[in-house]
Design a protein around this ligand. Structure first.
Ligand code: ATP
Length: 259
């Protein structure tokens, strides 16, 4: 299920503005890759190109190539909706559909993709996804109550369950803990560790300790100044990036000297 991502010479634009320049990287399956770097260096922008979410912004486009196990995500005839099914995304703020029940939330992606399933199959899919997101025990007796009634941390795990229910190959997480308290954050970090056995995981985080705790590989992005494109500066094992980075800017950033 887990797939390898390879980006080659990727430039990313918002109309005429080049926000990210010439990214080349390999993201390994069954591992967690963290994107770190100062505000505006293009972490989120690059993340959103990995499931073709970037192009939903008017005027936004991507140059270069992004492969999922050798298959060009931007190739002719590739359906972006299908890409987003394979490459799921979890956002900064938990965003369950407020009028839907917990179970309906988990199944929402499947319904949007017109996947029909019988009631018992739906129940099975929902239970499996909620177990996968470490939420089942907390919600199994209130599956038909609104998802908005859960705590922030539970809502974020519900959003992860919603992503997992689609049987994705990759999970993209854009600062998934930034709106959560420390206990809920730890629950999500534990969950990420479990999920990496099954999925390719990419996480954007501003929290250096979190990157060090959860990721196997870290990519440091930087920006030379306002209006300049962000660039990938260095990517290596998380242990190397946090102990002996090759580039001085990486060291300055992880030691809190800038950003
Ligand atoms: N919708 C948009 N339209 C135009 N420019 C945008 C848009 N979204 C982001 N940008 C610009 O693209 C650049 C990269 O932004 P991005 O949000 O990817 O950075 P980031 O590293 O994720 O920042 P942060 O850590 O603050 O979330 C910035 O200059 C930003 O202003």
């Amino acid at each position: 299920m887990s797939k390898r991502i390879e980006a080659k010479n990727v430039d990313i634009y918002y109309s005429k503005f080049k926000a990210v320049e010439d990214v080349n990287m390999v993201i390994e399956p069954r591992a967690v890759t963290a994107f770190i770097g100062p505000s505006g260096c293009g972490k989120t922008t690059f993340l959103r190109t990995l499931n073709r979410m970037h192009e939903v912004i008017p005027g936004a486009y991507v140059d270069g190539r992004i492969d999922l196990d050798g298959e060009d995500l931007y190739g002719p005839g590739v359906d972006p909706v299908n890409v987003r099914r394979k490459v799921g995304m979890v956002f900064q703020r938990p965003n369950p559909f407020p009028t839907m029940s917990i179970k309906e939330n988990v199944l929402a992606g499947l319904r949007l993709n017109n996947k029909s399933a019988g009631t018992s199959e739906q129940d099975e899919i929902a239970e499996k996804a909620l177990r996968g997101a470490n939420l089942w025990e907390e919600v199994k007796n209130r599956l038909d109550l609104p998802g908005s009634g859960l705590s922030g941390g539970q809502q974020q795990r519900l959003c992860i369950a919603r992503a997992i229910a689609m049987s994705p190959e990759v999970l993209l997480m854009d600062e998934p803990c930034s709106a959560l308290d420390p206990i809920s954050t730890l629950a999500i970090e534990d969950l990420i560790q479990e999920l990496k056995a099954t999925y390719t995981i990419v996480i954007v985080t501003h929290n250096m300790q979190q990157a060090a705790r959860v990721s196997d590989t870290t990519a440091f992005f930087n920006i030379a100044g306002t209006g300049q494109p962000g660039k990938l500066i260095e990517m290596d094992s998380t242990e190397k990036i946090f102990s002996t980075p090759t580039v001085k800017a990486t060291e300055d950033y992880i030691t809190g000297r800038f950003g």
